[in-house]
Design a protein around this ligand. Structure first.
Ligand code: ZN
Length: 170
């Protein structure tokens, strides 16, 4: 079994304890309650990407490509990935569905990636998050409402997040 490292263990990553990606953090609404469990899925093949706890996606920076696990816990930005996959801060990162291989780049912007989200009460929406490693910008879209998170959220706050889909339909 491969050894697993948290992002901070990567010597090239130099994360300095900062959150690595602006995904998954909802500090409000009784966060952590089982009733608030969010299920994330690929918008192309509809596969659930957090069948247990962690969200599984394929990430790539140039030739470095592999699986990474993302925490759904509010405020927990830790990422787990194999040691050969040394993600670098400040690089544009590609995200792919591990089931169908779809490029998860958002229709809202090439700077963002997108997953579908279903809340515990069945409400459907999606989440856009920055593809720039180290940038904290996350946008949950439910109905006609956008809730943004992260210290860099203002970067893309003027985008139109509506219109469900991925950038490339193949
Ligand atoms: Zn898929």
């Amino acid at each position: 079994m491969a050894r697993l490292y948290y992002a901070g263990a990567c010597t090239e990553g130099s994360l300095d304890g900062r959150p690595a990606l602006g995904l998954l953090l909802d500090q409000g609404e009784g966060a952590g309650d089982e009733a608030m469990k969010r299920t994330y899925h690929c918008l192309k093949c509809q596969s659930v990407l957090n069948p247990n706890v962690k969200i599984v996606m394929v990430v790539a920076q140039g030739p470095n490509r592999g699986l990474a696990l993302f925490s759904p816990q509010p405020g927990n930005y830790s990422i787990i990935y194999a040691d050969h996959l040394c993600l670098r801060q400040g690089e544009l990162t590609e995200f792919f569905c591990p089931v169908c291989g779809a490029d998860l780049t958002s229709t809202a912007s090439p700077n963002l990636a997108r997953l579908g989200v279903q809340l515990g009460d069945g409400t459907q929406g999606w989440v856009d998050f920055s593809r720039w490693f180290g940038e904290q910008a996350t946008y949950y879209v439910f109905g006609d409402q956008v809730r943004s998170y992260g210290e860099n959220a203002q970067l893309y706050s003027s985008l139109n997040f509506f219109g469900e889909g991925l950038n490339r339909e193949e």
